[in-house]
Design a protein around this ligand. Structure first.
Ligand SMILES: *Cc1c(COP(=O)(O)O)cnc(C)c1O
Length: 411
């Protein structure tokens, strides 16, 4: 077997052809040095040495491929890139210092002043700031539209529109976009269709198969899954990724080898983690929907969800994030949150540990009251990022919140 050799080799891509995602998660992008280590080695080095002055010249001149400097390429970063590209079904991945660096690099590399972007309204708060404040400074204007209203998308498109950008399902209300419809709208207008796939990961949804040109991740969330590192990645066709890579190499928001190693190892357990997240979230959503203190539950896995059928057709599972409205307002929501003991009160998501947050005063706190109400971020809304703890223990902890509300209404 070619992969078992006493020199540094990469697992041949042809060996992985036709393999399922569960296998790609542990086998794709593998690199093995002459030590024949089974777990992937890590290369925490800023630069690389050459055998001779002539080789150095050939590397710099581009006549010989190979590592020069870790802002350009690093074997650990390339291992992670190879694995996530295989899992998303894309030609190439480019790893970045954070999810935001992935979005920024994609925009700077592929847009120019005068271009126009149409973006869904419910995107990650900082993505909103990036488009509204910073991209606007360089002449890229953005129109925000409803994720689910295809007609609103169509009427927002202008001759200078070059990008459609979404997250699906949305945070925190789990709205689902029709990716095939948006892809054809983008392509009929000579624009790129970009999907932030942070919530589903390739395990549950592969946007490139639904017509997306580019997939973006905050690797910080499910790809790591254990809250250790900040990172991001962009996946797409070689031609576009070469542009993103070119910007990254020049501007510098690249991924560190240590973080790449953590993400690379994180991907190995992604399929089984995502299944556990989905199972727990569906069970909790169904349970919460039956509680008298709960006004409504937002989770695409529920039959009551308006885009349940669409989610079912695009996704292999409904993800680990759900939200719900309690009967009452901010006071009830905060009381509920404070009554939990095990679940972490934090805005982070995608962790094996369940987290609980009050979007109106944290993740979406910067929105104006009008924007909040348009986005459905009410004072009685709570978001859960459901982890992989035992379902009974999660119910016990959430029941503490329900009990506090019951006691309050009895006195
Ligand atoms: C967290 C997040 C980001 C930003 O990622 P960072 O790694 O924090 O920079 C982008 N999009 C979504 C959907 C996110 O949840």
């Amino acid at each position: 077997m070619t992969f078992h050799r006493e020199e540094t080799v990469r697992i041949p891509e042809s060996d992985l052809e036709g393999m399922s995602l569960d296998t790609l998660a542990v086998r794709a992008g593998q690199l093995r040095t002459g030590q024949l280590e089974h777990s992937d080695a890590i290369f925490p080095t800023s630069s690389f040495v050459y055998g001779s002055a002539a080789q150095a010249a050939a590397r710099f001149g581009g006549e010989e491929s190979g590592n020069i400097y870790s802002r350009f390429t690093n074997p650990t970063v390339q291992a992670f890139e190879g694995r996530i590209a295989a899992m998303e079904g894309g030609e190439r991945a480019v790893a970045t210092a954070s999810g935001m660096a992935a979005i920024l690099s994609t925009c700077i590399a592929l847009l120019k002043g005068g271009d126009h972007v149409v973006c869904s309204r419910g995107v990650f708060g900082t993505t909103n700031v990036l488009f509204q404040k910073y991209m606007a400074k360089f002449g890229v204007e953005t129109t925000f539209v409803s994720l689910t209203d295809t007609r609103e998308w169509a009427s927002a498109v202008r001759p200078e529109t070059r990008m459609l950008f979404i997250e699906t399902p949305s945070n925190p209300l789990c709205e689902v976009a029709d990716m095939a419809a948006l892809a054809s709208l983008a392509h009929n207008n000579n624009a790129l269709f970009v999907v932030d796939n942070c919530f589903c990961t390739p395990v549950l949804q592969r946007p490139l198969e639904h017509g997306a040109d580019i997939v973006i991740h905050s690797a910080t969330k499910y790809l790591d899954g254990q809250g250790r590192c900040v990172g991001g990645v962009v996946v797409g066709p070689e031609k576009l990724m070469e542009e993103v890579y070119g910007f990254l190499r020049s501007a510098g928001p690249t991924m560190s080898p240590f973080n790449a190693w953590v993400f690379h190892k994180g991907l190995e357990t992604l399929p089984i983690r995502m299944r556990a997240h989905c199972d727990n979230a569906l069970e909790l959503a169904t349970w919460l929907e039956q509680q008298p203190e709960v006004e409504r539950v937002y989770y695409a896995g529920l039959e009551s969800h308006p885009q349940h059928a669409l989610a079912k057709s695009q996704q292999k599972g409904f993800g680990g994030v759900l939200s719900f409205c309690l009967k009452g307002g901010r006071e009830e929501a905060w009381k509920f949150i404070d009554a939990t003991r095990m679940i972490s009160i934090t805005a982070n998501l995608g962790d094996v540990k369940t987290t609980i947050t009050h979007p109106a005063t944290t993740t979406h706190g910067r929105l104006s009251p009008e924007d909040k109400s348009r986005a459905g971020i009410t004072e009685n809304l709570i978001r859960l990022s459901v982890g992989i703890e035992a379902i009974e223990d999660l119910k016990t902890d959430l029941y503490r919140g329900l009990q506090v509300l019951q006691n309050a209404s009895n006195t």
